[in-house]
Design a protein around this ligand. Structure first.
Ligand code: 16G
Length: 240
């Protein structure tokens, strides 16, 4: 309960109490919170005080507002280790989520000079451009665009990329995926990205670029992804 004589601001005490209800599971992901008015009555404080507590919890990513509907407890973020080179399908399965894909496009195009120099192929050599929305338990998590040399990953089809690209590369083509370089930066979802990911426009996203090579050093893919920052976080362990 809150203590009005405490030097701790009242909004902060309320914020901490709601946070505790979330972390201890009294409030569960997807639960709707009381309205501002209900909280104000319950705590006997002004709606402004409640609004401040709620807005702080929204900016911490613990709860979110849905226009005209209410405020809900956010799903837990997926924590992704950065120590191993894994596929999206593996990332979802290892967390008990069912992976799926929504294909936006699948094209065979001639490599531009920028793509050709990254993939160490001649300009105009055919490359696949694959754009997919990647989902976990039917929730959109990321938008991903892969550029893949068609002469290295032969025989790709829409059916294959509806499942797992890495599974096809390793278990059908028997190619050995070696290593990747990955860059992560923060950004804001464009209107188009927000629509595809089912989030409010200008929500925070994580932009990821990955360049992957086969074990023999052959460039395999250039990938650009936009991950929902409200559902994903990255973790790395470090030694000194
Ligand atoms: C991940 C990789 C991407 C790879 C894909 C294969 C990142 C940022 N990217 O999304 O480079 O092409 O997995 O996934 O992690 P799949 O085997 O499930 O198709």
């Amino acid at each position: 309960m809150i203590d009005k004589s405490s030097p701790m601001p009242i909004y902060y005490q309320i914020e901490e109490e709601i946070k505790l209800q979330i972390t201890t599971g009294i409030l569960k992901p997807g639960d709707i919170l009381k309205s501002e008015r209900e909280y104000a009555e319950y705590y006997q404080v002004s709606r402004m005080t409640i609004r401040q507590a709620i807005n702080n919890l929204v900016s911490q990513g613990l709860i979110y507002k849905r226009k005209g509907s209410g405020t809900y407890v956010q799903e837990k973020k997926i924590e992704q280790g950065l120590n191993g080179l894994t596929s999206f399908t593996e990332d979802m399965k290892s967390r008990g989520l069912e992976p799926s894909n929504r294909l936006i496009h699948f094209k065979l195009i001639p490599a531009t000079s920028a793509i050709a120099s990254k993939l160490k192929i001649d300009v105009h050599t055919p490359v696949y451009e694959i754009k997919r929305i990647r989902l976990g338990d039917n929730t959109p998590i990321a938008i991903e665009t892969n550029i893949i040399p068609a002469n290295t990953v032969k025989g790709l089809t829409e059916d294959i990329i509806a499942k797992s690209l890495y599974d096809y590369i390793e278990n059908t083509l028997h190619l050995k995926i070696g290593k990747a370089m990955q860059i992560i930066e923060s950004s804001i979802a464009t209107k188009a990205e927000a629509e595809l990911l089912g989030i409010a426009k200008q929500s925070p996203i994580l932009l990821i670029e990955r360049e992957t090579h086969l074990a023999d050093g052959t460039p395999l893919e250039i990938v650009k992804s936009s991950y929902r920052a409200d559902r994903y976080k990255f973790m790395i362990s470090m030694n000194r």
